[in-house]
Design a protein around this ligand. Structure first.
Ligand SMILES: *[C@@H]1O[C@H](CO)[C@@H](O)[C@H](O)[C@H]1NC(C)=O
Ligand SMILES: *[C@@H]1O[C@H](CO)[C@@H](O)[C@H](O)[C@H]1NC(C)=O
Length: 203
């Protein structure tokens, strides 16, 4: 009979082994990706777009000056909305990390689809849950192992140029609600005041 403590030790060793070997293998960095996708977006520099209303058209494709076969391992493309540095300041939850698994620059999916070797585009209505911030768009190509292998973005390497702004609708709705609340409270008070004055006049 195998003692349970032996099984425990064995599974512990097994977990450690796989944990270290596979964990180390999976650490992939943004700098490992080839910048071979071209990405263009419909908003012009500094354009202000409204969440829930406006649309963004993203076009992407393989940079035609890349060597033949560059896209041979591309299986899937994922296009995401990414925070620009100005909207990442003092916000650890949007921080850019060199390690892909930890990177929080791009948090909103625009579209994911199988890769085809052609210019493609997608028109996206900005989701209502997108927070007010300054953004750019990044497309990533994935291999058959579902790893990022290449990218392209609508800005430069420093995320400095060609940025656009999205204005969330929630903020506006909240202020409208507050206004409505204040006005209805005001009208109730007014009603009572008039009622009181009328009563006094009659008395
Ligand atoms: C395509 O790649 C070349 C060489 O790397 C680069 O100079 C050029 O700017 C790229 N074109 C686009 C549209 O990104
Ligand atoms: C988007 O793709 C379609 C189909 O390939 C094409 O006809 C259209 O011209 C493209 N639009 C833009 C804005 O690139």
């Amino acid at each position: 009979m195998v003692s349970s403590s032996r099984i425990l030790v064995f599974s512990f060793v097994l977990v450690c082994f796989f944990g270290t070997c596979c964990g180390a293998q999976k650490k992939r960095h943004f700098s490992d990706l080839k910048n071979v996708l071209t990405v263009e977006v419909s908003p012009t520099t500094n354009q202000v777009m409204k969440a829930g209303v406006d649309t963004i058209t993203v076009s992407w494709g393989l940079n035609q000056s890349s060597p033949t076969g560059t896209d041979a391992e591309f299986k899937k493309v994922k296009v995401q909305l990414c925070f620009a540095p100005i909207s990442q300041k003092k916000r650890a939850w949007r921080k850019t990390e060199k390690e892909l698994l930890k990177d929080k620059t791009c948090q909103f999916l625009i579209v994911a689809k199988p890769y085809i070797p052609a210019e493609e585009n997608f028109t996206w209505t900005i989701k209502r849950n997108i927070p007010s911030a300054t953004y750019f768009v990044r497309a990533c190509a994935f291999s058959s192992e579902d790893h990022e292998v290449a990218f392209g973005q609508s800005t430069d390497a420093k995320h400095d140029t060609n940025l656009f702004t999205i204005q969330a609708i929630t903020g506006r709705h909240v202020s409208i609600d507050i206004c409505a609340g204040v006005f209805s409270a005001f009208s109730v008070v007014t009603l009572f005041v008039f009622f009181f004055l009328e009563k006094r006049k009659k008395a």
